[in-house]
Design a protein around this ligand. Structure first.
Ligand code: C2E
Ligand code: CA
Ligand code: CA
Ligand code: CA
Length: 280
């Protein structure tokens, strides 16, 4: 593996193409990472478009490798999905998030929902609903504070057990978000087949909403409209510029997530934002 300045771990090439030697090393270290507490959650605020106030955050996993520094999730999550460590990682994220919500409650922070990312593989494995129920009960956390982001590929399997699991989670009061909306195929089919609460429109559509070519602007406007018509909350991801924010606000997009407001930040920074309410 190659080390770069600023302690940033640099992939040889794209994430689908890591050398098998490096894969082997990563896999070995990943097994120890949970025990060694090398994983961390970063939080990226989600802001109400109309007011600019914080409405919650997405938890994004970070791996601080002892030698290589930060290993990006796009690199180790796919690997964890291959070697089945994803189940341990997912369960760690669930436990950590519930424990964190409890801590905020005890410390008197304003309580806002946290959304976590769950791999389709974890949704297929048994025991998910039980684990979440157990954690919510143990920490005495209302289910409304936990949101689960799934990608369209979770539903791609069209596995009846996945649909059932999601239904059970919703019945507990947990909100389900469809992540990266628009990038899978047959997106509309999922809306048709499954009741979700939140639609997260992918950043690739946001990038060009203010460009001269009005195509992406039209797509985003239509998706916002669609979400409202079917009673879903809509979140725009990857909002980096004021012009993009203005566009989305004008079209009544519910929530904004992106570098324009904040990058994903470590716990302490997010806590500070929670206190301030982060209003731009
Ligand atoms: P995602 O769920 O679509 O998360 C959004 C990604 O976009 C994050 O990358 C975030 O840092 C980045 N992002 C947010 N705002 C902006 C922006 O304004 N501009 C740009 N260019 N990027 C922005 P990150 O944290 O590197 O995560 C990458 C992916 O890794 C996530 O994509 C998600 O699929 C996966 N991931 C992260 N944490 C977890 C986890 O705990 N479990 C699982 N299963 N997957 C995770
Ligand atoms: Ca996500
Ligand atoms: Ca996303
Ligand atoms: Ca993504």
């Amino acid at each position: 593996a190659k080390k770069q300045g600023s302690n940033t771990y640099q992939a040889y090439s794209c994430s689908n193409d890591i050398s098998s030697y490096k894969k082997l090393l990563l896999e070995k270290d990943m097994r120890k990472a949970i025990v060694n507490e090398e994983f961390q959650l970063y939080y990226q605020p989600q802001v109400e478009a109309a007011t600019g106030s914080i409405q919650g955050a997405e938890a994004l996993i970070r791996w601080r490798h002892s030698e290589w520094g930060m290993v990006p999730p796009n690199e180790f999550i796919p690997l964890a999905e291959e070697n089945h460590l994803i189940h341990h990682i997912s369960d760690w994220v669930i436990r950590k998030t519930c424990a964190q919500l409890r801590q905020w409650k005890d410390a008197g922070y304003p309580l806002k929902p946290i959304s976590i990312n769950l791999s389709p593989l974890r949704l297929l494995k048994r025991g998910l609903v039980e684990l979440i129920k157990e954690q919510l009960t143990f920490y005495q956390i209302p289910a409304e504070l936990l949101e689960i982001e799934i990608t369209e590929s979770s539903l791609l399997k069209n596995d009846i057990s996945v649909l059932k699991t999601l239904e059970e989670l919703r019945n507990l009061g947990i909100k389900i978000a469809i992540d990266d909306f628009g990038t899978g195929y047959a997106s509309l089919n999922y809306l048709h087949e499954f009741e979700a609460d939140i639609l997260k429109i992918d950043q690739i559509f946001i990038q060009n909403i203010t460009s001269a070519n009005k195509k992406d602007a039209a797509i985003v406007s239509a998706v916002i409209h669609l979400a409202k018509e079917i009673g879903m909350r809509i979140v725009a991801e990857g909002v980096e510029e004021k012009e993009q924010y203005d566009f989305l606000k004008e079209r009544n997009c519910d929530l904004i997530q992106g570098y324009y407001f904040s990058k994903p930040v470590p716990l302490a920074d997010y806590e500070e934002m929670l206190c301030r309410g982060l209003s731009i």
